[in-house]
Design a binder for this molecule. Sequence first.
Ligand code: IPE
Ligand code: IPE
Ligand code: MG
Ligand code: MG
Length: 336
Amino acid sequence: MNDPALNTPSAAPSLAKLTALVADDLAKVNQTIIQYVKSDVALIEQLATHLIAAGGKRLRPSLTLATSQLLGYEGDRHIMLAACIEFIHSATLLHDDVVDASELRRGEATANALWGNEASVLVGDFLLSRAFQMMVDDGSIDVLRTLADASATIAAGEVKQLSLKGRIDAPMQDYFDVIQAKTATLFAAACELSAIAAGKNEDRENMRQFGMSLGMAFQLIDDALDYSGDASTLGKTIGDDLREGKATYPLLMAYQRANDDDKKFLQQVFEFSDKNTTDILIRIQEIFAKTQAISATVDCASGYLSKAKKAVDIYSDCYAKTALLDTLDFCVSRSA
Ligand code: IPE
Ligand code: IPE
Ligand code: MG
Ligand code: MG
């Protein structure tokens, strides 16, 4: 692990170093997940396992594990905490796919498509409650406060997003507030937890800032990929945000920069029509090209990336640091 060759940033950004760094711990996290997903009610285990076994990048728990190594933590609390983070993430995905009426997740039919909205919402509640049981098992009031605050903020962010639905003229600040709440806050908590477990109070704020900036960049790229990505690589349907009337950064930027005709078109499409016809999508792609909406989104994400890099740069060189720096680059250049 201390081979200097491993400390050189990779040419093509990937999660390879992060994966290698946390492999042993992540196997334990997956065991913990299996243990805590058990229930006497067959539907709970069936539905939750459908989502969890489909994989996913396990990015948030991997961040808890990697930052624990960065901070030199030597205990085993980080395993349960990482599992807990993935439970909260899974709960939000179940709820989010209902709200967004999404049909594809991690390359599989969504739980709501297979079992219906009611079952998805209820099992989402179960997973969130399980996460709280795990926090109590961990026994730290600081952990409990961090994750309770994060859970409330995520839910509030999703509600704020709902209240902005259909508003293509919404202030950009509202968009940033939403993505900070619904996405970046969990990344922030995932990283802060390792400082709490390691008893390094002096690192908490820095770890939190690292996760927060990374989370902002991550959601900005997710929002770009919702227009420019490939469904089979991403494992999600493309165009969900437009269909659901969710004004994300690329669309807000295109609207701000568009000429009067294009502005009118975007407004009409966004507020009134069936948005997923091929003609409409082609015209939107053209407006995005003219206004450079996707590259503006990537630029904005890169700004957050620089902030996150600064937060991790203060630590002495080690494999965990290199893996985290690679992870940052991956999050902005990713296609999956
Ligand atoms: C999806 O997150 C939800 C967002 C915040 C965009 P991920 O892209 O990390 O989902 P998985 O866990 O890898 O499936
Ligand atoms: C992220 O927003 C939602 C959560 C924080 C769960 P999206 O709605 O863009 O996430 P995807 O694209 O469905 O994964
Ligand atoms: Mg969604
Ligand atoms: Mg999305």
